[in-house]
Design a binder for this molecule. Structure first.
Ligand code: UDP
Length: 336
């Protein structure tokens, strides 16, 4: 049985990925300091899988604590989720984002390398493309200037891994560029952390509908898009989670050579903010209280994926659409 460290294991994508890994025969250890999650997530994972996952509540930006973890536990691979992830917050706190996201990545690489292991899956983001020259974006589409400090940490993170793999050809890595993960697990036991106030679109929508917030704002209606609001590619978190299992298998089968392999993980279709709101209203039967507002700093205009590479090489195909996303997110919100 292969033993995998999932950093950020009690976070949103991390917890869904742990479930998928366990369901596919992996043994999982988690490292998460609960910065943006809480220990009860481990209960949710246990309810679904019957497995109590061990979590190390350490700060991965702390080099000593991280190296001790890698001395204590041996891994066949690491999926590195742990990071600060809010575009808007990163604009206000660029140093905190750089320090946390880059130090933790370096510490994890060093820990893994110190045990003579390899096989790193890194959570990257479609934000590395910036305002891309072509849509949909392919893995070969050149990255443009980062629109936020968050996006810059993902660009630099990718570069750190790429340079390290060149220097250490035995070290194999996959960089997964997520589009917009949303929705919740079909079991109802795990979902996005309900911390208030949410900033990502789908939980903002569900929190508005449930009355946790009075109203919401559509950030920008004067973009050059179908209806003036930004276009994103919303991917169900369970589909996204499964891509990690497939990526890990790809690595463990030795299919990645010197350069890290890049994969876009999106559904492959762009949806405007207003279309997303309409999809929610349709599946929930709720009328959403929203107003049209000004642009949010750090937002790109439009981004959606060409996902053909992940389908061809990993055999990954999303099976859920935006209505499934809204339905599961709404069920999760109402259960809280
Ligand atoms: N958005 C919005 N109102 C909100 C939250 C988000 O209009 O209260 C928009 C945001 O401007 C972006 C899209 O929804 O165009 C997705 O934003 P999110 O923060 O979910 O993800 P991002 O693409 O920034 O990573």
């Amino acid at each position: 049985m292969k033993r995998i460290l999932v950093t950020g294991g009690t976070g949103y994508i991390g917890s869904h990925t742990i479930v998928d890994l366990i369901e596919n025969g992996f043994e999982v250890v988690s490292a998460d300091n609960y910065h943006n999650s809480h220990p009860e997530v481990l209960d949710g994972i246990e309810k679904i899988t019957g497995v109590r996952v061990k979590n190390y509540a350490i700060d991965l930006a702390d080099a000593d604590a991280t190296s001790q973890l890698f001395v204590k536990e041996q891994f066949d691979g690491v999926i590195h989720f742990a990071a600060y992830k809010l575009v808007g917050e990163s604009v206000d706190k660029p140093l905190a984002y750089m320090r946390n996201n880059l130090n933790s990545l370096i510490n994890v690489i060093e820990g893994l390398a110190a045990q003579g292991s390899s096989n790193l899956v890194f959570s990257s983001s479609c934000s590395v493309y910036g305002n891309a020259d072509e849509l949909p974006v392919r893995e070969t589409t050149p990255r443009k200037e980062a629109e936020s400090p968050y996006a810059l940490t993902k660009q630099v993170g990718e570069d750190i891994i790429t340079d390290y793999c060149k220097a250490q050809p035995d070290f194999a890595a996959i960089l997964l560029r997520y589009f917009n993960p949303a929705g919740a697990h079909s079991s109802g036991h795990i979902g996005e952390d309900p911390s208030n106030p949410a900033t990502s679109l789908v939980p903002v929508i569900t929190q508005t509908a449930s009355g946790k917030r009075g109203s919401m704002t559509v950030f920008g209606t004067d973009y050059a898009t179908r209806d003036g609001s930004c276009v994103r590619d919303y991917i169900h978190v369970e589909d996204l989670a499964h891509a990690h299992t497939l990526a890990l298998k790809f690595l463990l089968e030795g299919k990645v050579s010197t350069n890290p392999e890049l994969f876009n993980l999106g559904i492959g279709e762009g949806l405007t903010v207003l279309e997303a709101i309409n999809a929610f209203e349709k599946v929930s039967g709720e009328k959403l209280n929203y107003q049209l507002g000004s642009r949010r700093a750090g937002d790109v205009v439009a981004v959606y994926a060409d996902r053909s590479k992940a389908e061809k090489q990993l055999g990954w195909k999303p099976t859920r659409d935006v209505e499934d996303i809204m339905r599961s997110a709404w069920a999760w919100e109402k259960s809280m």
